[in-house]
Design a protein around this ligand. Structure first.
Ligand code: ADP
Ligand code: MG
Length: 348
């Protein structure tokens, strides 16, 4: 195995009395994107600024491509770290042309002009080098910012909520383009976001931060289906929990049995249910009552109250229409092992 492209170990950073990072460990493999996800104030920007060198850690180390850039008695300034940055507000130089912006970080002698043309082509802005930033749409400005960051061929690209100024429709399109560019150029990147959909889409790995602590780092599928804590489960999407009792290799719940295995889980466990883990059927003797319905285009998201008065949310195809007040049979249809929690923690 080669060195990780980025390695952070034990990063602690406080601002006055507020502890923004409490000992962060992170690695990013070469050519991969790590999506750093967490609520506002969880320390995402602080982590990115420590990797960039805009902040000095109280303790801990940062290594980029195996080279230590921050650690005890060691601090390499940002301009010597070979990083590229894309900010939320793009931060283009307003008085410089597109080409001027993109060429900013490239030393003159290393074929700046050719590289600017190349970088603009990479982001689909061929021929716009002479435009000024204000003559471009938001999506185009974002791509200029990306071209500027990629033009000097950084070892790592750092992006802090780069799509949050784009409107919803454009955001989906731009993130697809950016992901493709990162993959086609084999760019290692740290992508910071508070949006779980974006994290699952952009990340080869997803790391969830809460109050300056890393809760879990895993593949998008792994973190979605096997969150290690309730916090992660709830942060990554709709999550409902229902009590389950172990009986002869199964977990029994009020909406049916789940195959489990011979080893009994601790008493008092709850099963994590995502909306796509269940299905509904019309039934006057069913255990569920529809109490809410949200139309989402291809599907409906139903809120269903069970006999215990617990509620679960169930995703159904748009052809399966139920009315509020209607009785339904709720079934578990997950074709994967469901995660089980005791209190805050995953038990299997
Ligand atoms: P996020 O990017 O996840 O929203 P930040 O890294 O910006 O979180 O902030 C983490 C915590 O550190 C927050 O409590 C924030 O208020 C605090 N913080 C961040 N930057 C500063 C600063 N320059 N001065 C004081 N407190 C700060
Ligand atoms: Mg931030």
């Amino acid at each position: 195995m080669s060195e990780p492209a980025v390695r952070c170990e034990g990063l602690i950073k406080s601002y006055g009395r507020s502890l923004a990072l409490k000992g962060l460990n992170l690695t990013i493999n070469d050519g991969e994107t790590l999506a750093l996800l967490g609520p506002s104030g969880s320390g995402k920007t602080t982590a990115l600024r420590l990797v960039a060198g805009f902040e000095i850690p109280d303790s801990g180390i940062v290594e980029i491509a195996g080279r230590r850039v921050a650690g005890p008695a060691l601090f390499v300034p940002p301009e010597q770290r070979h990083i590229g940055m894309v900010f939320q507000d793009y931060a283009l130089f307003p008085n410089q042309s597109v080409a001027g912006n993109v060429g900013f970080g490239i030393p003159n002698k290393s074929g700046r002009e050719a590289r600017v043309v190349e970088a603009l082509a990479l982001v689909g802005l061929e021929g716009l080098g002479n435009r000024m930033p204000h003559e471009l749409s938001g999506g185009q400005q974002q791509r200029v910012a990306l071209a500027r960051a990629l033009a000097p061929r950084p070892t790592v690209l750092l992006m802090d909520e780069p799509f949050s100024n784009l409107d919803a429709g454009l955001r989906t399109q731009v993130r697809t383009e950016v992901r493709e560019i990162l993959k086609s150029t084999n760019t290692t990147s740290l992508f910071v976001t508070h949006d779980q959909d974006e994290a699952l889409y952009m990340g080869d790995q997803v790391a969830v931060l809460d109050w300056g602590e890393l809760k879990q780092m895993e593949s998008p599928e792994g973190i979605y289906h096997t969150p290690e804590t309730r916090f992660v489960a709830e942060f990554l999407g709709i999550a409902d929990f229902i009590p389950a009792a172990f009986q002869a290799g199964n977990l029994e719940t009020e909406i049916g049995m789940i195959p489990w295995g011979q080893k009994s889980p601790p008493e008092g466990v709850e099963v994590l249910l995502r909306p796509d883990d269940m299905s509904l059927a019309p039934s006057t003797s069913g255990q569920g009552t529809i109490v809410g319905r949200i139309f989402q285009g291809p599907s409906y998201l139903y809120e269903v109250e069970l006999e215990s008065q617990r509620k679960v949310r169930v995703l159904q195809h748009h052809t399966k229409r139920y009315e509020v007040g209607e009785k339904v049979q709720v079934r578990i249809v997950a074709e994967h092992r469901l995660a089980c929690f005791l209190g805050e923690e995953l038990v299997g």
